[in-house]
Design a protein. Sequence first.
Length: 100
Amino acid sequence: MFALGALVGDLAWLINQLLGALILVIIVRAVLSWVNADPYNGLVRAIHAISEPFLKPFRQILPPWKLGGLDLSPVFAILTVEFIRRFLVSVLYQLADRIH
């Protein structure tokens, strides 16, 4: 059972790190929208490709044109990812402790 508990604990750590990296990518995407970044740059394209699936649902709910061009989708996406991160990771850590 020790190995299973360690596996669940490591999985919780990995999910925590991945969701933290996703939040960072969303923040970088928001900053890139303020500057005139080259849309053909590989890094810019990768950031857009990673973040767009998480931002698109929020843009559909609250389109920027309704707010005078202000795009709040990164704020709502970060809040949602952070909520999932705190909930899921804590549940997995508790499960790992019970298995130990």
